[in-house]
Write a protein that binds this ligand. Sequence first.
Ligand SMILES: [Cu+2]
Length: 162
Amino acid sequence: MTIVKRVFKYVLLPGALMAALAAPVLADTTVQAFLWDADQMENLATDLALGGTGDHSTAKFGVALSTDTVPAGKVTLAVTNMSENMFHEMLISPVPASGTLPLDPATGRVDEATGGSLGEVAEIEPGAKGTLTVDLTPGQYVVYCNLPGHWNAGMWSVLTVK
Ligand SMILES: [Cu+2]
């Protein structure tokens, strides 16, 4: 009923309709995601997965987000691989009730068949960029790199959608 009333009002007031169309009410959200590493593969941590026992602040690999909270709707992740020498990639999955994603111990990677990935930018060269747009409902998500060992090394960051 409210919508019908509003449309009627806008028909009578074309100026107001134009203003409504111009308003950025449905603007998409862009989050910058920076993939970084300390440029060394030796002695990589193995206990820094999401929900892991280690201290995530000590990670030598990481994902830094320009914001940790976004409104629900279309979200574009604009990713940059800040590494000088390493490939990385970026995936996003909802955080399941278990609090972490399923690891395949044979590969050191999150099991992509059961990990709930909503999309990815694969195999990003050092210095390269990419984008991924996903439609997100409210909840917790984790943005991560799924090259072997990188998840356990702490290469992830949580994004909250409200
Ligand atoms: Cu990585």
